[in-house]
Design a protein around this ligand. Sequence first.
Ligand code: 5AD
Ligand code: SF4
Length: 436
Amino acid sequence: MKKLYIETMGCAMNNRDSEHLIAELQNKEGYTLTQDAKEADLILINTCSVREKPERKLFSEIGQFNAIKKPQAKIGVCGCTASHLGEEIIKKAPSVSFVLGARNISKITQVIHQDKAVEVDTSFDDSTYAFSKNSNPDIKALLNISIGCDKKCTYCIVPHTRGKEISIPTTMLLDEAQKLAQKGVKELLLLGQNVNHYGIRFSNPHKPTNFTQLLRELSSIEGIERIRFTSPHPLHMDDEFLEEFARNPKICKSIHIPLQSGSTKVLREMKRGYTKEWYLNRIEKLKSLVPHVGISTDIIVAFPTETEADFQETMEVLNIVQFDTLYSFIYSPRPHTEAQKLHNPISKEEASKRLATLQSRHKEILAQKSKEEIGKIHSVLIENYRDEAPQVWSEGRSDTNRLIKIPNHVLPLGSIVPVRVAHNDGGSLIGEMLPQ
Ligand code: 5AD
Ligand code: SF4
């Protein structure tokens, strides 16, 4: 039996790509997964290049794997850094056997048999490739609805690493979702760089459609109880979409809406396509339709043109929206982006200060929000059972995406149960079962 070790960095899209890589290698090449790189015949590193740090780590990781691997074992570099560094990776690290870009993952079964293959064509079209099915899906499954990204955000390397946006045909998605439901999957997480741009371009003639329509069609599948998606773009959050989000009981009431900056001036320089007012208007509309909605966001601080006043506008939006989850980053200049050419007058100390200010205010917001959770009733999808004697509990997520533990209960995995939040145990919410 050949053994595969895989390390995955980056976003949910990369996790999905890793699932594809594993399924192809298991089903077509007879590999089994191992957690120990030392016994692997093939080591894959599925990389991220969205910020500079993980990219820098790549070469030291290759060195570490090379030092411990079996003599005949191959190392392959996949994903976004593979796309953008290409053959430079093999030049710098000759122990690497092949380089497979994020847009080319369906070629995995070819490149493992070639020596020093470099497949990084970002115009390659994987959108209708029937990947091997994940043989062992969980209660929750990831489902890619599009590949690539058509936006031109000036800070972002992704359009360069993942190429132009192409949607996956609706019939393929419905078919896949149906199969997942038959295997016991209850919750789908739809993935795309820009999910609510779905339907903009297909490889082959396709009926006119959009993301709202896709949500309606997927939610008609029996057995699929919950649908989540990431990430929608604030610009394409039209009323029709927000109304479907509110009305459709299968769509979880939690949503990731990347803000990036609260300053209209910075948003323009980032080429985000919306203003602070538009963003706040969409949030207001959403909250008026779904008052208990959970909202998460991404924010970049210290974009090169961000002044202290611009940063304060970001703080203002944070205070108005009261996000449930915040992913925040210091701007990192990336190759092949427009913003890389900008002069950056912001010192590292100032950037770190802004990040700390943002994060500490968000912590306060979270503490307040967690207090407000006490007494609320949620339906929880049970995903896990823990036995850490003398404590046993079941746990799962509310449809607003809060993790809730239910002590002293062994509940069937995949069941959806009503729970009242009893207290907050320093981070985790503790719930009690309600009669069904
Ligand atoms: N610097 C810092 N953060 C970035 N992101 C994307 N590009 C950069 C960059 N150059 C962040 C954005 C995006 C998230 C996935 O990563 O906030 O939404
Ligand atoms: Fe995901 Fe972007 Fe990182 Fe690529 S660069 S793995 S798309 S976060």
